[in-house]
Design a protein around this ligand. Structure first.
Ligand code: GCU
Length: 425
């Protein structure tokens, strides 16, 4: 009698990775407001339409980030280790321990490299990492995280704590030396310091710490989820960088790969202090259009099919658009447009059909009208570029050859773009 049970879980449709099989779709216009009026100038966008678009993203995708301004007044950061002889003497390494809501709450570890050759405060790339700060660089002085770590991203012991073996395991994703050589600093925090990435992980992170009911909280639709907590963490990291003299906090790029690229877009959307917003292979729930059915879909990512997806990343309503993407009142171009008029960069990889490279490009294309209403050229092209060619004006785009990853070629394009929009002096 097991047979009928199989029908309880929705059957997952085949993944589309053939362009000729993509069903037709239509996109809503981010410049048409909730009352049906067309936004025609920057003032209307800033004062009325932008808050509406932000709310659409909150309500339907990531949930609402609580206002923590009172709580973060108690923030404390301490330098726990520093050396001017890092990365072959080219950089100063600083390891900060930050208690963003004061010492009665949890802390996170921020790893920062700043260029020794800098004549003043340096521009910095800030991003979360998947497995602990120690994985991002070959540097034995970097502290191991004390929070839960997945075996998917780093070597761990039997209780999901990082071990020495994981050092440098993700260094190819960070390229600290190359950035330092170009005059940029690099700051990173382990995402699990804000919220460990599993369905109950929030109980060990800042969502529980900030909620009156703590680990007993029952999350309602519209409440924030894991990606919201990560994005909040990026803002708290920027708070710490603002207080740090070697960093020019007016030139901080927020960057993330994949799930952490979704978080970087959401951080850049909510926190306009970020000077430059970068999405690397962020895919579904990030830069890729959801109404375009190709690769990962809303249904898969939001847990509509049993045993698949990451429902803890999103607010509950997102899953209600599974197989009903046409009913979404927004799409990824709304999220991207929230970066405007600031510089934005979206990047794809040629073998990353799961993240839908063309859908990521089209997300950027359809954010252009918002850039243009704000007096910026945006991406300025609708033509899909050839592999390895970086295109765009206020909005950059490239598709790198190879797999889902963030590699030196990606960083080189981000640094070239930064040379134009937030140069190292
Ligand atoms: C999975 C998930 C993607 C996500 C990726 C990652 O593949 O389906 O949405 O971007 O993990 O974070 O590496």
């Amino acid at each position: 009698m097991l047979f009928p049970l199989l029908f309880l879980a929705a059957a997952m449709p085949a993944t589309i990775d053939d362009e000729s099989k993509v069903p037709p779709y239509t996109l809503p216009d981010p410049l048409v407001d909730n009352a049906g009026q067309k936004v025609v100038d920057a003032k209307q966008w800033r004062e009325s339409r932008r808050p509406e678009v932000l709310k659409l993203v909150e309500d339907n995708i990531f949930g609402r980030t609580p206002d923590t301004r009172e709580r973060t007044k108690a923030a404390v950061s301490e330098v726990v280790e520093t050396s001017t002889a890092a990365l072959g003497g080219k950089a100063t390494r600083t390891q900060l321990k930050v208690w963003p809501i004061g010492k009665s709450g949890p802390a996170f570890d921020l790893l920062l490299y700043t260029p020794n050759a800098a004549k003043g405060p340096a521009p910095v790339f800030l991003g979360l990492n998947f497995g602990g700060n120690h994985t991002t660089v070959e540097d034995p002085a970097v502290r191991l995280p004390s929070t839960w770590v997945s075996k998917q991203w780093a070597a761990i012991d039997g209780s999901n704590r990082a071990t020495e073996k994981g050092r440098g395991g993700q260094a190819s994703r960070w390229q600290a030396e190359a950035l330092i050589a170009r005059g940029y600093g690099l700051a990173t925090v382990y995402c699990g310091d804000f919220e460990p990435d599993f369905p109950e992980g929030w109980k060990q992170g800042f969502r529980a710490a900030l909620s009156p009911a703590g680990a007993n909280t029952v999350w309602k639709d519209g409440d924030w989820a894991c990606i919201g907590a990560w994005a909040w963490g990026l803002s708290r990291s920027l708070d710490a960088l603002e207080r740090f003299p070697a960093v020019d906090a007016k030139r901080v790029a927020v960057i993330g790969h994949s799930r952490l690229g979704k978080a970087s877009l959401w951080a850049g959307a909510q926190d306009q202090r970020f000077a430059f917003v970068i999405s690397n292979n962020s895919g579904c729930g990030g830069a890729a259009l959801n109404k375009r059915i190709f690769g990962e879909t809303v249904g898969v990512i939001s847990g509509h099919y049993q045993g698949r997806g990451f429902p803890h990343w999103f607010t509950a309503r997102f899953a209600t658009f599974a197989e009903k993407e046409d009913q979404l009142p927004l799409d990824a171009h709304y999220l991207l447009a929230l970066a405007a008029p600031r510089p934005l960069y979206v990047a794809s990889a040629s073998e990353d059909s799961w993240a839908d490279p063309l859908g990521e490009f089209l997300g950027a294309v359809h954010a252009d009208p918002v850039y243009q209403v704000l007096g910026e050229p945006g991406l300025g092209t609708k033509e899909y570029p050839s592999v390895s060619k970086s295109v765009g004006k206020t909005v950059g785009y490239h598709i790198r050859p190879g797999a889902h990853d963030i590699l030196l070629e990606d960083w080189k394009n981000y640094a070239d773009f930064a040379d134009r929009v937030m140069p190292a002096k």
